[in-house]
Write a protein that binds this ligand. Structure first.
Ligand code: HAM
Length: 419
C-alpha cells in the first residue's frame, strides 16, 4: 500500500509533464485573448456549498463527495468541481461591485469517489471558465467558442458539440408535472434513488445511469419541447450566434447534465475516441446559482474540460506537442580542483540563462560522459587540472560531433550566442 497511489489517483511524471505545461500555456493564452483572468480557490470548501451549489439530488452530492469533519468539527469537502468555489469567491471578494461581465478561468484538481475506469478518476484535472453578469446568449456563444478554438489550436478533429436548453424554474415547474405524469405508472420499476428523485427533482431521473431507469427515461417528454417564450428565444439566439461563428452543433434533447445548477443552455463536447468516457467537457448557464449561494441574483455561464480526457483524445488522434529542448551544456570534471571550478562555472552559466549541469555523483569521467550522452546535452566540455592551467578546454557539440578548443572564460558568451 505504501508504494501504491490511492485508487483513482495518478502521478504526472517528469517524462509527461511537458504535455501538461504545453496545454496549460495554450489555454492561458487563449483566455488572455478573450479577457478571462485566472482565479485560484481552495481545494476544500464547506460541505454546505456543494449541497447548495451542485445540488442535493445529484450523484456527485449523494454518492461521490470526499467529505470529512476537520479538527474544529466543521464538515469539509474536497471540491468535486470548480464552479461552486468560484461563485463563493466571487461573492466573498466583492466582485459583484466590479464592472461586469466578470470573466474567470481556472486549472484545478477535483475529487469524486467514482467507479474508476479509463478516463474516470477520483482525482482529476479540470480547466474551466466562468462568466458572471450577462443574461443574453452572446456570452454562451463566447464561452463555447473558447473550446472550439482550443480544439482547433491543438489540431483535434471530430469533436462534436451537442447543445440543449433545460429552461428556467418557470418552464421547469410545468414540465416537472408532465414528467411526473409520465414516470408515475413506472415508479415501482425505477431504482431507489430515482424514486426519491421523482418527488424532489424528476429531471434527474433522465440522467440516471441505471439500465432500468434509462429504459423509461429514453421516451420521456423533452424539456426543449416545453420551454417558455423567453427560454425558447434564448436558445434560438444561442443557435444563431454559433452559426454566425461557423461553429457546428447538434441539438441533443437528452442532455440534462449531472449538476443541478443549470438553467437554459447546456452543452457538451463529445468524441467517440475515448470510448465510454466520450465527454471531454461540459457546461452551461446557471442563472440561479449565485443567488442560491447567498449572492444577489446574477446570471452565469461556464464550462469545465477534463484534462486527462483531452490528453487521451490527443493521443488517440495522434496529436503531438513539442518535446522539451535539450539542456545546453554538461561540464565533466577530472579531480577535486576541476570540480570546484565547475561548481562555480555552472552557477555562472545558469545565472546567464544557460542550462548547465556538472557531476554530483562522484563518477569517473567516462561515466560522466555516458550520463551526458544519455541525457542529450547539446554541448559537453571536459575540465581537468591541465585545462584550468591553460585556461582552455575542448567544447564538443554532441549533435554534430564538432569539437573546438575554446578559452574557459569564453564559454559563457559562446553559449549565450549558442556558439
Ligand atoms: P462536469 O460535466 O461534471 O461539469 O465535468 C466537466 C468535465 O470534467 C467532464 O466533461 C470530464 O471531462 C471531466 N470529468 C468529470 N468527472 C471526471 C472524472 N471522474 N475523471 C476524469 N474526468 C472527469 C462540471 O464539473 C461543471 N463544474 C462544469 C461547468 C462549469 N459548468 C458551468 N461552469
Amino acid at each position: 500500500m505504501l508504494t501504491q497511489a490511492p485508487k483513482g489517483t495518478r502521478d504526472i511524471l517528469p517524462s509527461d509533464i511537458y504535455k501538461w505545461q504545453y496545454i496549460e500555456k495554450l489555454l492561458a493564452g487563449i483566455c488572455d485573448n478573450y479577457g478571462y483572468k485566472e482565479i485560484r480557490t481552495p481545494v476544500f470548501e464547506h460541505t454546505e456549498l456543494f449541497h447548495r451549489g451542485v445540488g442535493d439530488t445529484t450523484d456527485i452530492v449523494q454518492k461521490e463527495m470526499y467529505t470529512f469533519m476537520d479538527k474544529g468539527e466543521r464538515s469539509i469537502t474536497l471540491r468535486p468541481e470548480g464552479t461552486a468555489g468560484v461563485v463563493r469567491s466571487y461573492i466573498e471578494n466583492g466582485m459583484p461591485s466590479l464592472p461586469h461581465p466578470i470573466k474567470l478561468y481556472y486549472n484545478i484538481t477535483a475529487y469524486r469517489y467514482e467507479n474508476v475506469q479509463k478516463g474516470r478518476y477520483r482525482e482529476f484535472h479540470q480547466f474551466g471558465v466562468e462568466a458572471f453578469g450577462s443574461r443574453g446568449p452572446s456570452i454562451d456563444v463566447e464561452v463555447i467558442s473558447i473550446l472550439g478554438l482550443i480544439f482547433e489550436r491543438l489540431g483535434l478533429k471530430d469533436i462534436a458539440l451537442n447543445i440543449n436548453s433545460i429552461g428556467c424554474p418557470q418552464c421547469r415547474s410545468e414540465y416537472n408535472i408532465r414528467l411526473k405524469e409520465y414516470f408515475q405508472p413506472e415508479l415501482d420499476n425505477l431504482c431507489g434513488l430515482c424514486r426519491t428523485r421523482f418527488e424532489r427533482n424528476p429531471l434527474r431521473i433522465i440522467d440516471c445511469k441505471e439500465e432500468k431507469c434509462k429504459k423509461y427515461a429514453s421516451n420521456a417528454p423533452a424539456l426543449l419541447d416545453n420551454l417558455c417564450g423567453e427560454c425558447s428565444d434564448h436558445f434560438e439566439g444561442l443557435k444563431s450566434g454559433l452559426e454566425n461563428l461557423g461553429i457546428r452543433y447538434n441539438v441533443d434533447k437528452n442532455i440534462v447534465r449531472g449538476l443541478d445548477y443549470y438553467t437554459k443552455t447546456v452543452f457538451e463536447f463529445v468524441s467517440n475516441n475515448v470510448g465510454t468516457q466520450g465527454t471531454i467537457c461540459g457546461g452551461g448557464r446557471y442563472d440561479g446559482l449565485i443567488e442560491a449561494c447567498g449572492g444577489k441574483p446574477t446570471p452565469g455561464v461556464g464550462f469545465a474540460m477534463g484534462i486527462e480526457r483531452l490528453l487521451m483524445e490527443m493521443e488517440s488522434q495522434g496529436v503531438k506537442v513539442p518535446e522539451p529542448g535539450c539542456m545546453d551544456i554538461y561540464i565533466a570534471t577530472i579531480g577535486e580542483k576541476a570540480d570546484r571550478f565547475a561548481e562555480n562555472l555552472v552557477y555562472r552559466l545558469r545565472c546567464n540563462g544557460i542550462s548547465a549541469e556538472k557531476d554530483l555523483m562522484n563518477r569517473s569521467v567516462k561515466a560522466q560522459m555516458k550520463y551526458a550522452d544519455k541525457q542529450g546535452f547539446t554541448y559537453t566540455i571536459v575540465i581537468g587540472d591541465e585545462e584550468i592551467e591553460r585556461n582552455k578546454a575542448v567544447l564538443k557539440n554532441m549533435k554534430s560531433g564538432d569539437q573546438k578548443e575554446v578559452s574557459l572564460d569564453s564559454i559563457n558568451e559562446r553559449l549565450k550566442s549558442k556558439v
